[in-house]
Design a protein around this ligand. Structure first.
Ligand SMILES: [Zn+2]
Ligand SMILES: [Zn+2]
Length: 283
């Protein structure tokens, strides 16, 4: 049985969950309707669906796929249409009940992905586009069964250097509203390399924040580290503070829900980090 997380209505009103995977993501469960019903019960004002779009043709394993009606398909621009239509139908159905439903996507970064990203973003009118750095040199850095294959190619210093190199390239592309869960390696890498990984970002963070500032790319506050048992968010507090100091926007919460039970996880605590930002404009 999956662990049950706090399902009580939030004490904080007016919140959105900006990072939600419905069952179009191969690793997620829950329909658009099931998420919207849960969002209403939890007292969210809105949610943004951000299904995965991982399209690296050289990806090791089966990451570059998506799910439509339970069928696993390659992640292509045209295969995203049923997802887009389901979210837009949800937007219409739930508007009358006071829930704002946003259309988003979590684009999986890889070197050279920009033309695909542009095609995707020109095809659909996304309200919000996250970029997730999920792979290094074609191997997933954040799925339990692939991490040793990914991590064993580097020492911890080189691993982190490469991660931030890709994160900075994603920010510099200027294609995305926000970078997701920076730095996501904190989910598994400390277990592989050791807990001092928590400080390895320090030589790289300024360059990343400078790129974010230059391209107006936000960092989300991703609370999934709580359900991963890490006890922190991605980014950790020191990075949130550094981003704030630099002027990078860190203003939206995302639970990275992969099932409705994950929605808005720990938002009443995470809200202390929020500085008001304008709502996402509907497409
Ligand atoms: Zn992600
Ligand atoms: Zn995600």
């Amino acid at each position: 049985m999956p662990e049950r997380f706090d399902q009580r209505p939030l004490a904080t009103h007016g919140l959105f969950d900006y990072h939600v995977h419905p069952n179009f993501s191969i690793d997620a469960h829950g329909t658009v309707d099931e998420y919207c019903e849960r969002a209403l019960r939890r007292g969210l004002s809105g949610l943004c669906f951000t299904s995965h779009f991982d399209s690296n043709p050289d990806s090791d394993g089966r990451a570059n796929r998506m799910k439509v009606d339970g069928e696993i398909l390659p992640a292509t621009v045209s295969n995203m249409r049923p997802y887009v239509e389901a979210v837009l139908a949800g937007r219409e159905a739930y508007a009358a009940r006071g829930l704002q439903v946003l259309l988003g996507v979590e684009f999986g970064w890889y070197p050279g992905c920009e033309p695909v990203a542009e095609r995707l973003l020109n095809t659909y009118e996304f309200d919000y586009v996250l970029c997730g750095i999920h792979e290094l040199e074609n191997i997933c850095l954040c799925s339990g069964h692939r991490i040793s294959r990914c991590y064993s190619r580097y020492d911890s210093i080189e691993f982190v250097r490469q991660y931030f190199h890709e994160a900075r390239a994603a920010a510099m592309s200027g294609l995305f509203h926000a970078l997701a869960h920076i730095p996501y390696y904190l989910r598994y890498a400390p277990g592989f390399y050791g807990e001092d990984m928590l400080n390895h970002h320090i030589p790289h963070i300024d360059l990343l924040l400078e790129a974010c500032l230059r391209t107006d790319t936000e960092l989300e506050i991703n609370t999934s580290g709580i359900r991963h048992g890490r006890g922190y968010y991605y980014p950790i507090e020191s990075i949130i503070n550094a981003a704030r100091t630099t002027g990078v926007t860190v203003g939206r919460l995302g639970s990275d829900a992969h099932e409705p039970d994950h929605l808005a996880l720990d938002f009443d605590n995470a809200v202390r980090f929020l500085k008001p930002v304008p709502p996402v404009a509907l497409s």
